[in-house]
Ligand binder design. Structure first.
Ligand code: AMP
Length: 277
């Protein structure tokens, strides 16, 4: 497995892969890999000849006051995971490599407001511009045939699919199911910030989502209001909403294919989760 830090080197390697007619799969991550990331890598390994995992804590997607500085960075442990899974290349650029002229006066990639003026985009102003920018840059650098993203970040996935469609990017975006720990908590690099008591409170997210499904199956109404009662009383609910899976428009009525999205802050840690009905 190669660990590559600069763009010129990865471009040369991509040329070699192309000369061998390899299909290329990219798994973009911010590192601190867990079994959620592993599931994306495994899927890429099944479907592509060469698998590249990017590890980059992207500064342009963090808002002021967020955890950019304390976000876990652990190249060595992540390399072990990637090597165990048979990854061909880790691409781990520095911020200077990705943004050589700094973070000011950059060309912007702005997803449509209907996708990003709500939910995570509302509370994290500019977050999805940063995501779209870095993902487009990674796509231009790696030119993957397929790129793998988690359904865990459902709004991000919808925005990337829209960007790829609108800008004719020649990459197939593949959404992969949410991976959870045995207790039901959706895996996240930020779960490291939770202590035992906070984690216990966090379990109420998945329980509330399951309650939605249960009430939907029973044909009840005011489902979100009823399911909200399950969320731990110390969790600050940022949103708990029903949206259309593809367009991310709010939905009054929950129906098959509606996605229920939730974001809360528990003891200062922001967590998101979702479930497709
Ligand atoms: P991150 O490192 O948090 O930027 O995540 C990198 C990729 O892994 C994104 O496409 C996420 O949606 C995906 N991901 C993160 N957590 C999970 C999970 N629990 N299950 C599936 N995919 C995940």
């Amino acid at each position: 497995m190669k660990i590559i830090k600069n763009i010129a080197d990865i471009r040369n390697l991509i040329k070699e892969f192309r000369a061998k007619n390899f299909t290329i799969g990219l798994v973009p991550t911010m590192g601190a890999l867990h079994i959620g990331h592993e599931s994306l890598i495994e899927r890429a390994k099944e479907e592509c000849d060469a698998v590249i995992v990017s590890l980059f804590v992207n500064p342009t997607q963090f808002c002021p006051g967020e955890d950019f500085d304390k976000y876990p960075r652990q190249l060595e442990a992540d390399s072990d995971v990637c090597s165990r899974l048979g990854v061909d290349v880790i691409f781990a650029p520095t911020a200077e490599e990705m943004y050589p002229s700094g973070m000011e006066s950059l060309t912007e990639v702005i997803p449509p407001s209907s996708f990003q003026d709500k939910l995570c985009g509302k509370s994290r102003k500019g977050h999805f511009n940063g995501v779209a920018l870095v993902v487009l840059k990674l796509f231009n650098i790696v030119t993957p045939d397929k790129a793998y993203f988690g359904q865990k970040d459902a709004q991000q996935l919808a925005i990337i699919k829209k960007m790829v469609q609108d800008l004719d990017v020649n990459t197939e975006v593949i959404g992969c199911p949410i991976i959870r720990d045995a207790d039901g908590l959706a895996c996240s690099s930020r779960n490291k910030y939770l202590n035992i008591a906070s984690r216990e409170k966090a379990l109420s997210l998945n329980k509330a989502l399951k309650k939605v499904k249960e009430l939907y199956d029973k044909g009840e109404d005011s489902i979100i209001e009823k399911a909200k009662e399950i969320i731990h009383h110390e969790a600050e609910v940022e949103y708990f909403k029903a949206v259309a899976l593809k367009s991310f428009e709010y939905k009054e009525k929950i129906e098959k294919g509606t996605i229920i999205v939730i974001a809360v802050k528990i003891d200062g840690v922001r967590l998101i989760d979702n479930m497709v009905v």
